[in-house]
Design a protein around this ligand. Structure first.
Ligand SMILES: C[S@@+](CC[C@H](N)C(=O)[O-])C[C@H]1O[C@@H](n2cnc3c(N)ncnc32)[C@H](O)[C@@H]1O
Length: 193
């Protein structure tokens, strides 16, 4: 799943968001085994929602952080079909999940889970293709493997706007010659609060 450095970059991006926004509550979407939760200061971020479909990942996450994060809530669910069971997250961090769960399904759910003044941070990857045929997220082999494909910047901008989200900032981190992470910092438009 990971290349060298990818997990470390995601951890650093989450750590930067925690330092910047100082949220009382955090939702880590597609949390896997909890990469980045090392950066949470429970004195500041008293509530942590960790969401993933994989119970084995969540068991490991519980073993790693169950003691050190007393406000940890672990949710094993399928974000394609289930709603998120909270609605007050001050920071939602969603790193490399829109490649697996359809953005048009997930983004409205993230919006419902976000507190009125909260910040939604989404990280997507962009890969430079060397083949003539560029895989899309409708590529059938990709769908069979559970990998839904990459989301374009234009697609992200359209989805954020359609869901009443303001894009406050977009940052780029280059991992190597062929892969880049794009980070979108979003807030609810006033009319949607
Ligand atoms: C690439 S990983 C995310 C990387 C992770 N944020 C990190 O820092 O290492 C994608 C995660 O999304 C989870 N996932 C995929 N489809 C899902 C779904 N339908 N519902 C919930 N979680 C899902 C996977 O189990 C996996 O842990």
């Amino acid at each position: 799943m990971r290349e060298v450095g990818q997990a470390q970059v995601l951890r650093r991006l989450l750590g930067d968001c925690l330092t910047r926004y100082k949220p009382g509550s955090l939702a880590l979407i597609g949390c896997a085994t909890g990469n980045g939760l090392e950066e949470v200061d429970p004195a500041i971020t008293g509530i942590v929602h960790a969401v993933d479909i994989n119970p084995a990942f969540l068991e490991q996450l519980n073993q790693r952080f169950g003691q050190s994060l007393p406000g940890l809530n672990i949710h094993c669910l399928d974000m394609e079909t289930d709603l998120l069971p909270f609605s007050d997250a001050e920071l939602i961090f969603c790193g490399l999940v829109l490649e697996y769960v359809k953005p048009e399904v997930l983004i409205p759910k993230l919006l419902q889970a976000l507190s009125p003044d909260g910040t939604l941070v989404i990280v997507i990857q962009q890969t430079r293709k060397s083949s003539f045929v560029t895989p899309t997220r409708y590529n059938s082999l990709a769908l069979l493997s559970g990998f839904a494909g990459e989301v374009s910047v234009d697609e992200m901008a359209a989805l954020l706007g359609a869901n009443g989200l303001c894009l406050c900032e977009m940052d780029e981190v280059r991992l190597n010659d062929s892969k880049t992470f794009l980070t979108f910092h979003c807030s609810k438009e006033k009319a949607h609060q």
